[in-house]
Design a protein around this ligand. Structure first.
Ligand code: HEM
Length: 257
């Protein structure tokens, strides 16, 4: 995607230090941006599709209330996939057990850093069910793509290559091994968080939220799907057509890993 930039929103930074303080800073900046976009959306000429944040803010469900957030979608997909795949669930439990922590001990930064398998599970669920499956870029200079001239000034839409079997073998299988060797995945082939300068600035924050949620979920609860046949659709965000009903129970003290 060299030479292309995103049109709608430009955050005042493109890269950030992967630290907790940075995540908090990002949150503040994004919250300011969200407030700004909400005010702009009240303007009579505002378009709900004018940029990504405005589009996300404008999404409504059937009852006209705000639709699911990205994090909720990802967390739901992880819950479904873990409930359906005992071997992957066992891998997550094994990673949790290896922490050797008492049930009331808080997670540390180091614990999160070591949750590599759990993060692969989350990436794999994003590969198969990405909340956004495409985005737009504005062409900065003419370029040639497979014999077609794409002129400067055009807006192009990139789509994900998550189901390309030359990149992810057996792409329809839910298999966290797809992310075992990151170096074998060509740049811009996994686009769960976008790519290039406008890559999702909430990436690190989302990673923390996902790992912490899975940690507490696996340690404190057992759950099973109420209905094994779940209908999953896009409108365009991925959602469970009839919700995702689960039977969830707290683990009794002796069982807590
Ligand atoms: C699992 C959770 C999330 C996923 C899968 C996700 C995914 C994405 C994707 C695919 C993009 C488009 C990037 C591109 O065009 O290259 C994006 C942009 C963005 N995301 Fe996220 N995101 C998540 C969580 C968050 C969180 C938690 C925040 C804020 C705290 C956030 C804030 C943003 C913003 C502000 C942009 C627009 C960036 C720009 O256009 O410059 N995201 N996200």
């Amino acid at each position: 995607m060299e030479g292309l930039i995103s049109v709608p929103i430009n955050l005042p930074f493109t890269r950030f230090n992967r630290s907790l303080q940075a995540s908090e800073k990002i949150r503040e900046i994004v919250m300011d941006l969200i407030r700004e976009k909400m005010v702009a959306l009240d303007h009579p000429n505002a378009s709900p599709q004018q940029d990504l944040i405005t589009s996300l803010l404008s999404l409504r469900n059937d009852h006209n209330s705000v639709a699911l957030s990205d994090e909720e979608i990802v967390d739901n997909a992880v819950i479904k996939l873990l409930a359906k795949d005992p071997s992957v669930y066992a891998g997550v439990v094994q990673e949790e057990t290896s922490k050797n922590k008492a049930s009331n001990e808080l997670l540390t930064w180091d614990d999160l850093r070591r949750m590599k398998y759990t993060w692969r599970v989350a990436m794999e669920s994003l590969r198969m069910n990405p909340p956004a499956f495409c985005s737009f870029r504005k062409v900065l200079k003419d370029f040639n793509y497979e014999g077609y001239l794409i002129p400067k000034g055009w807006q192009v839409m990139w789509c994900m290559t998550h189901m390309d079997d030359s990149i992810f073998p057996y792409p329809s299988d839910f298999d966290p091994k797809h992310f075992e060797r990151q170096s074998s995945i060509p740049p811009y082939s996994f686009m769960g968080f976008g790519g290039g300068p406008p890559i999702c600035p909430g990436y690190e924050f989302a990673r923390l939220e996902t790992l912490i949620t899975v940690h507490y979920l696996v340690n404190r609860f057992t759950w099973k799907l109420c209905c094994p046949e779940i209908s999953f659709s896009r409108d365009p965000m991925p959602s469970f057509k009839d919700g995702l009903e689960i039977e969830i129970e707290p683990k009794i003290l002796g069982e807590i890993i």
